[in-house]
Design a protein around this ligand. Structure first.
Ligand SMILES: Nc1ncnc2c1ncn2[C@@H]1O[C@H](COP(=O)(O)OP(=O)(O)OP(=O)(O)O)[C@@H](O)[C@H]1O
Ligand SMILES: [Mg+2]
Length: 287
């Protein structure tokens, strides 16, 4: 089983012209952790995934994978191919290629013989329940089947980090559940780290934790842990893992406040930076 990548986003900012998509956002993801990312439209979710996956460069701050700034290193494209799998809302399959050939695409240039590529692609299609449809074109498959091909393609390079941006946004409820089942089962089998942007409650329930973005910040819904009990203080400072005290690492929502994992249920006050601690404003820890 591959080991999931550790991800560390340190005070990252990104603007597009006059639009600030991310503002000094920090986030720590442990190896093998599955994180649901929620937040209103335009809050910066896709931008965050693009930065984590090395598709975009931050204006300031940095993204570390396993402690290294590989996206600003000499071979970012190769690093990306070896490390990351992407699943997007729209599957973006190549229409002229069969399901199998689509799954093989990320393996081109990976130094595998054609027979090995083919073998691996067929194995993945079997894993996503589409062995029988390997030679079919995307136009011959249903939306859910196409999305499962996209999941197989994302896994072709055996990624240690899977980034999924609204992977079920274009699917009906039943098909969504099947695709999500598949993603989380593969996460469990492979131990990869997974970040899933989704409004789906199933994702929030199955992820290890949920983080919510608002206006380019990471926000934390107020909960009991925000009101420290003075009598606990001496114990916790002695025993807590430093990571656990870092808001960028602490679970932001999930239980006990399920409403915060669904942006449509949240109130404006939930996402007002003046009401909630802003993890982005904390200095990053020394590595
Ligand atoms: N390439 C770009 N050029 C200009 N503005 C951009 C670009 N990419 C993102 N933005 C802006 O940055 C902000 C954050 O966008 P982002 O796509 O990250 O939001 P999101 O949370 O993924 O939204 P949605 O839920 O609608 O997908 C938005 O205001 C968006 O318009
Ligand atoms: Mg988006």
């Amino acid at each position: 089983m591959s080991t999931g990548a550790a991800v560390r986003v340190e005070q990252v900012s990104k603007s597009f012209g006059r639009v600030s998509a991310l503002r000094e956002l920090s986030l720590i993801v442990d190896p093998g952790e599955a994180i649901a990312i929620t937040g209103r439209s335009g809050s910066g979710k896709s931008t965050l995934l693009s930065l984590i996956g090395g598709l975009e460069q931050p204006d300031s701050g940095r993204v570390l994978i396993d402690g290294r700034a590989i996206w600003s290193g000499p071979h970012p494209a190769r690093a990306r191919r070896e490390l990351v799998g992407f699943v997007f809302q729209r599957h973006l399959l190549l229409e002229a290629l069969s399901a199998r050939a689509n799954v093989e695409v990320p393996l081109i240039g990976a130094g595998l013989r054609h027979s090995e590529r083919r073998h691996r692609a067929l194995g993945l299609l079997e894993e996503v329940g589409l062995a029988e449809r390997a030679e079919h074109l995307p136009s011959e498959l249903s939306g859910g089947e196409r999305q499962r091909v996209a999941v197989a393609r994302a896994l072709a390079n055996e990624p240690r980090l899977l980034l999924a941006d609204e992977p079920t946004g274009a699917l009906d409820t039943g098909t969504s559940e099947r695709v999500l089942d598949l993603l989380f089962r593969l996460r469990d089998d492979r131990g990869m780290t997974m970040l899933v942007v989704s409004y789906d409650r199933v994702v929030g329930a199955r992820a290890d934790r949920t983080v919510t973005l608002a206006d380019g910040h990471l926000v934390r819904a107020p909960d009991a842990s925000d009101t420290p009990d003075p009598s606990d203080a001496p114990d916790t400072t002695d025993t807590l893992n430093p990571d656990d005290t870092d808001p960028a690492h602490t679970s932001t929502t999930n239980t006990p406040d399920p409403s915060a994992s669904n942006p449509s249920d949240s109130h404006p006050s939930d996402t007002n930076p003046s009401d909630v601690p802003d993890p982005g404003l904390h200095a990053p820890k020394a590595l």
